[in-house]
Design a protein around this ligand. Sequence first.
Ligand SMILES: C[S@@+](CC[C@H](N)C(=O)[O-])C[C@H]1O[C@@H](n2cnc3c(N)ncnc32)[C@H](O)[C@@H]1O
Length: 289
Amino acid sequence: MGSESGSRPDDMLSGGPFPKTRAMFEKVRKFMRSPGLYTRRIGRLCQKLVSGIWGEQSFFLEGQMDIHPKSLWHEPRFVAEFGGFQIPGEADPRRIEKLVPWDGVRRDLLILLLRSVIVRGVPGALAELGVYQGATARLIHHYEPNRRLYLLDTFSGFGERSVAEESRYTGHPVEARTFSDTSMAKVLAAVEVVNGNVTPVPGFFPDSVTEDLARESFAFVHVDADLYAPIHSGLEFFYPRLNPGGILVVHDYNAWPGARKAVDTFMADKPEVPLPMPDKSGSVVIVKQ
Ligand SMILES: C[S@@+](CC[C@H](N)C(=O)[O-])C[C@H]1O[C@@H](n2cnc3c(N)ncnc32)[C@H](O)[C@@H]1O
């Protein structure tokens, strides 16, 4: 009908000599009727444009993982079958706290590793060596509040001993008061502890180790102390206490010389291969055999 008259706008849409124009009009009309259908495509287009311009700059745009409900590639059927960030079969979703926006990969990494020890039923407590103001401690505690979480830190940052040790082991200069803007009370408030399962272990590690801690075995340990001596001592302490299948994450393997050296030195004669991860400061993951 349209192709016969050829003059009214309706005819352009329903037939006529310009199929490409007609198809374009049809798309526009569809878009006007239900713009929601195109949100994902528009999002992807914007992401392509922005990452094309900023891709190699100091900040770049990273999509959320496909299992994140806000991912442009989110596939609810996959998540329904396999659980996504959650544990299959659990009625209540576990809480996933935010980290700073540039540490989204690290947030996902820590959650998925914790999830893995829970799903595989690896027994044992959780620990974090290097807590500072409690951001990653909060992430760990709220995702798995059912296990004891030991938080080891001076709660007053590096001291003169840290400076001297780091200089001796790596020659890397560090400032004595780094990370001193915190306290145990501040950390416990920031973590918003939901039960009696969080145990602070204050003091200079490894001198701070208590009898209770020495008797524990672990399923998941996050070592984030930046410097050679505490990281190496952390590996010496936690590695033998990690249950088979348990996971040790050392942060800053691709950022701080002390972290790199401590891991490489300690793991040199161990059967596990430390696996480097692409989060901002390059964590390394060790799964105990
Ligand atoms: C990078 S911060 C931890 C950040 C925290 N994990 C986060 O992401 O929110 C490093 C922490 O390691 C602690 N630390 C370094 N050496 C230590 C030692 N020998 N004993 C206890 N704590 C230590 C510092 O006090 C500091 O709070």
